[in-house]
Design a binder for this molecule. Structure first.
Ligand SMILES: [Mg+2]
Length: 223
């Protein structure tokens, strides 16, 4: 793997120590979406149907939802160990750092500003003028087509795809690997992701410390 000029990170489970920023809302509101999640990863429903179902479950439970209610769902979420160090050292080496997430923008934006990344994109909701949720936004990032966002990032920054490495914890993050670019599987979030990484033949780091991707990213250099 050549030393990259840009690294695109997934957020949930990679830069942040959480399972899913959508799931955090369910946990906080006492709702769940397991059946719909199974349908989603089986590709029986799309992102738009999945997020519309989430929102209808939350509204059925809570009545109405304010932006602050969503922000509060993330109050206990921590950055992944080593995330700050890795992002900083990459940037010190002149490497561009982006977050490409199909997670919730309120959360991903917090992570992006904590880590001072160069660019980020995520999904989210439509709000009225007073900050009450109207519904989900049309997805900006499709979980199984994250390469569209990586490709846009490549084009804007005038990079070759060979100069980009993506890092993700989910089988769907393999879609970040645009043609010619590299991918590192980090701490696969479940067995189907682990299998997807194995099938794809990508390097996998099993750790809760992001610094462990460094030797793979940087041609054997220890962090
Ligand atoms: Mg993830």
């Amino acid at each position: 793997m050549a030393i990259p000029l840009a690294v695109a990170f997934d957020c949930d489970g990679v830069l942040a120590k959480n399972g899913s920023s959508w799931q955090s809302i369910h946990q906080n509101f006492g709702t769940e979406n397991k059946a719909m999640y199974a349908k989603f990863i089986a590709r029986e429903i799309d992102e738009e149907e999945f997020s519309a179902d989430d929102v209808s479950k939350w509204i059925a439970k809570k009545g109405r939802i304010h932006k602050d209610d969503i922000a509060r769902c993330y109050s206990g979420v921590k950055l992944m160990d080593g995330a700050r160090d890795v992002v900083k050292r990459l940037q010190d080496n002149g490497v561009l750092v982006a977050i490409v997430s199909s997670g919730v923008d309120i959360f991903v934006g917090m992570v992006a500003s904590m880590l001072k990344v160069d660019d980020w994109i995520a999904n989210g909701f439509d709000w009225d003028d007073e900050g009450w949720m109207i519904g989900p936004l049309r997805p900006r990032v499709l979980s199984f087509e994250k390469g569209l966002a990586v490709e846009k990032f490549r084009r804007i920054n005038d990079l070759n795809s060979e100069e980009i490495t993506s890092v993700g914890d989910s089988g769907s993050d393999l879609s970040m690997r645009i043609h010619g670019s590299s991918f590192i599987g980090f701490n696969p979030s479940n067995s189907w992701s682990r299998e997807a990484f194995e099938d794809a033949g990508v390097p996998v780091v099993n750790s809760f410390d992001l610094r462990e991707i460094w030797p793979i990213l940087m041609d054997g250099e220890q962090f």
